[in-house]
Write a protein that binds this ligand. Sequence first.
Ligand code: ADP
Ligand code: MG
Length: 474
Amino acid sequence: MSKYKAVIGLEMHCELKSNSKVFSEGKNTYNEIPNSNVNPVDMAFPGTLPVLNKKSVYQAILMALVLNCKVPSYLYFDRKNYYYPDLPKGFQITQMHAPIGTNGYLIIDTDKGEKKVLIHDIHLEEDTASLDHYSDASLINYNRAGVPLLELVTEPCLASAEEAVAFLEEMRRIYQYCDVSEADTKKGQIRCDVNVSIMDQDAQELGTKVEVKNVNTIANVFETINYEIKRQTELKEAGRYDEVKQETRRFDEETGTTIKMRDKQDAIDYKYFVEPNIPKYKIAEEWLSTIQNSIPNLPRDRKKEYINEYGLSEYDANIIIKDKDYANYFEECVKIGIVPKTAANWLTVSIIGYLNKEDCQIKDFYLTPVLLSQIITAINDSTISTKQAKEIFNKSLTELKEPNTYINKDNAQINDKKELEEIIITILNNNPSQIEAYKNGRSNLFDYFVGQVMKETKGKANPNLTKEILKEKL
Ligand code: ADP
Ligand code: MG
């Protein structure tokens, strides 16, 4: 065991789904032509006033409740004043004095069991514009300015990179299951500030924290934490812990290291004050309970249900809850009567395998649960073998025809003993010399007979039944 322990606190930003931006009518879309979707309000043109998006507030409260936070009786915003090229207004509208949620927690599963992650607060704000840096210039794209952003701040309560990643993965799933965000890191919808410190195992006080800003993938959060733990530990071991400064750093993807940006002494004074252009808004108790009641079944609850009620392995359950659409597909299968374990097998092996190979989404997957059930029913009533099922699965996906097209008497597996016996007797009658040789000790001729039966039936004979009958007759 190391002499030191690590302490990590996360600030996770997540862009919310909505039609319009959080304070204007500007569209909230991804991937448009730069600066084609800019609204005067988000540019702070003189005479414009912000108008709060109710849907963003709804989503923010939903997440606050999911995270077991206290929601204030009044909603209002604050101005955070600073100058930066990506901030057209010269201030960001955010929540400092009364965040939409405070003092919450979330229970997650880690490799070492359950962990209660403490949430300091969650607040609603506007995203900044985005900057693209080139060797000789930087370009500003204002499309992102004003996109609704939720910032979640944990207490310094995480103990390892693994725990931090487990928390972020769980949060990402929750955002998706609650349908408040795609939470796609590739679209920059999730960005994290990662705070790391180390301390002696038995120390009472936290060590000096370093803040690594704007880490843009979960994998990079993992790297950042481990790099910082290593860097700080080495300095401490060398008696140079005073060199661990409360500072802001950034993660450098190319080298996998963190690089200093600025000292805490250089911290900006944001001169927060209550945003005067958005009136205080009373959050009605009724609205709160409506939102509380609309919280969907969350991934961790679904996982428990899959394991305890449907008898799935934890491994399979974890694969299925990874994606809300996998979970919905699975539940739809169960709803139409497919045995849960059978559904899980098809989903986790053949279907997800196919989706990965073809790089496609389960939403666009041709074999809906109802179509899949055609194959499963045919296996269950022994119309087809599992080998044939695989073939029909593939054929159906290639030709986009429903499985029943291929499941018919013509290619049905022959399971009827009488029918098989007749075929086998004919074959035996036609091969007297082979029978002779077999009886004289050439036992490998047994496979020859099996082969003849398969040839005659074009592979449709039930193999076990064939062997059984052959043993009898020979
Ligand atoms: P600041 O004043 O720098 O904003 P806060 O106390 O508001 O610091 O915390 C910001 C983030 O840093 C939170 O996520 C918190 O959990 C984390 N944090 C605070 N102290 C530490 C520490 N000693 N080690 C690691 N993380 C910390
Ligand atoms: Mg702070």
